[in-house]
Design a protein around this ligand. Sequence first.
Ligand code: ZN
Length: 865
Amino acid sequence: MFPSMRSWLVALMLCLVGLPAGAQRLPPSVTPTHYSLWFAPDLANATFRGRESIEVTVPSRVTAITLHAAEIAFDAVTVEDAVGPQTAKVLLNEAAETATFAVPRALASGTATIRVAYTGVLNDKLRGFYLSQANGRHYAVSQMEATDARRAFPCFDEPAYKATFDITLMVDTGDTAISNGRQVSDTPGPDPGKHTVVFAQTPRMSTYLVALLVGDFACRSGQAAQTPIRVCATPDKLGLTAFALSAAEQQVAFFNRYFDIPYPYAKLDIIGVPDFAAGAMENAGAITFRERLLLADEATASVDVRKSVASVIAHEIAHQWFGDLVTMAWWDDIWLNEGFATWAANKPLAAWKPEWRMDVNAATETQTALGLDALQATRAIHTDVQTPAEINEVFDPIAYEKTAGVLNMIEAYVGPDKFREGVSSYLKKYSEGNASGEDFWLEMTRVTEKPVNRIMQSFVNEIGAPLLSVASRCVDGATEVSVRQQRFVGASGPVPPAAAAERWTLPVCVETAGGPASCALITEVAQTMRAPGCGTAMVNADARGYYVTEYEPSAVAALSARTPPLTAPERISLLGDEWRLVRAGRHDVGTYLDLAAAWAGDPTPAVLAEAASRVSFVRGAVADGPQQARVQAWIQGTFRPVLDRIGIDPGPGDDDDINSRRGTLWQLLSADPQLQAHARERAEAYMANPSSLPPTLVAPVLQAAAQGGDAGLYDAYLARMKASSDAPEEYYRYFNAIGLFTDPSLVARTLRFALSADVRSQDTPLLLGQLLGSSATQDPAWAFVQKEWPALTAKLGTFQGMPNIVGALGGFCSESRAAEIRSFFETHPLPEAARVLERSVERIRSCAEVRARQAPALGRWIERR
Ligand SMILES: [Zn+2]
């Protein structure tokens, strides 16, 4: 604080009055070109000292430089221009998270150097430069995205202010340091008990990509082309780094070829961090990870863990080009970063492990996005954002999965080779710089010579997803398909006028049984397409389109029974579309249940998982009291024969797909007392002998047993979980089962446990989210969240995890709960979750409406059977 500088403060306030309300953008005058950063973390006292010099360009004569700073205590600031150095006065604006350095003499235009000595806090809120703990010791690690680099060093903390960075860390003897650049020297001192690690200068990059890690990390080394690669972890987990390393080696080599640009940084480190708010972070050359998503023993890992580890690494490695080398100019285009990385992650995996069926994965991701886009509280892909809270909220499935779905559609439309060529050309054009969404689609349009700009403009700026209502008939040996488009609204009732006026430009591909797909660009409200041959038309060939298709119910039945059958992505797409039409009140729930029954024995695990989750929802949320037993009997009669056919217990030749399907069926059918008892036996056998179950089946069995479990099983799970702290997959198998016990006294124990020091703050939202998401446990969980709101906020901060808890409230299903939740947040406002709250309230209301509307249809369907 600088209480003696009243006159400066008045000047600053006058200056701020001129800015639009809520704006926190820096004034566009002074720009940084280079940072030299020196850090000396004090792990014992959770603080650090920092020294920095920033080379800036001063375009005109200015007397004040404003940059970002938060939780920084300034010791001394000087600004030196061609004339000489001046001591600056520091004016802080806590609300805007800025500091203004004011000098008595106007600076000469040209270059200047800002020198700052300061101290900062190694906080416990997992943002900026923060403290992590494991194995009885402290680590200092960082997470800068989106707006937290300003907590580690005063900076121009906006993505367009790219600069080069020289980074130096003075750390305890015996500890290592990792940053973005290659290590160039490591010398003892200068302080006693310390050594100084200097890293090579980085290429130009944004502040949110700076990485700082200090501790006793141990690394496994490898290489791809000329790039040295290491996967690092706390020393007890070094044995779990081999799988991630082999994935990273394959992926860097793959993307070198795909982008036709060599990996842009001098080395790649990938580090598992014990406490980490996000899943992973693409810091240039120093990717950080939540341990659970990085560290796995390939020999004993389930297929789900192997896939998620490889997939998240691929997402972060793709960012090294798309995001790090070329960066969006502002956060309103975050979709460009995140959607592209989500789309691209499937590419190297499809080449590496074809059996993982990444095309099915892409179809499932599109369904995730369509689920959110069905809400009124969705948003356009491009959304204006200004404040850190607003910026934080656009890291949502619209930025990730929806954009990935749109890119997937455009790749199918222009062809994979042309698409790759366009991406490569865009990256070369804007290397080490910034670009906007428009820059991307204009380059794609130029290279592909197709109207990608019109398609992308419409999908990026329109809110929601198109609904295509289709009818097809046979005319002269060809199928004529009439298509009508409108905004899909996932609730009954009139479509709001603004939504009714929306139109998309979209490529649609129609395929009749056995024939080649016919594609057309739909631009009008109503259009007619023709496909060769007669038969039931699939109006989203290969499930590459981002839209909901509405068929006549008779066409749905015909598609489910078609020969040759729909592809697995098409089956995912049709199941997803039908479910959305049920929720919107456009189709009856019976149409969906018949479709689910037709594919109960589907060989693709994701198809069964999609159907099983909806069928569970019908049983739990749609069926009223007497209907529940009838639906349960139908589930038993439909899905149990499938489980019997593939075998309740694993057989010697079973592959991952069989075990995945078996796991899904165990969970769907676990209400059956006989299967429940069997799950308990298998769970106990596993705890006594871990090789008694194939890895992919362990989590489903532990979870199925938990649903009817008693205190004895609960205590056994807790004990096994605590004993597995050095093996993330095993730890989370138990952690994820703890929240499924439904006995009220055990639920109360789980709630207390979630808030206790025994659960890392990164994991508290996972446990509470699970309890809030299940009808069996959500009432006590919501009571607990309200009562413990201050303690939760103290443990998590407002950014980390709290929005996830608000999101999980969307699992309720009554108008009264929706009203109660809204009124709670009127007195406990959380700007960081404003959008999420709207979405949760809408989901609750939609569920209540679905129950009211579909319960009679369900009754009729039951009677017909
Ligand atoms: Zn990402």
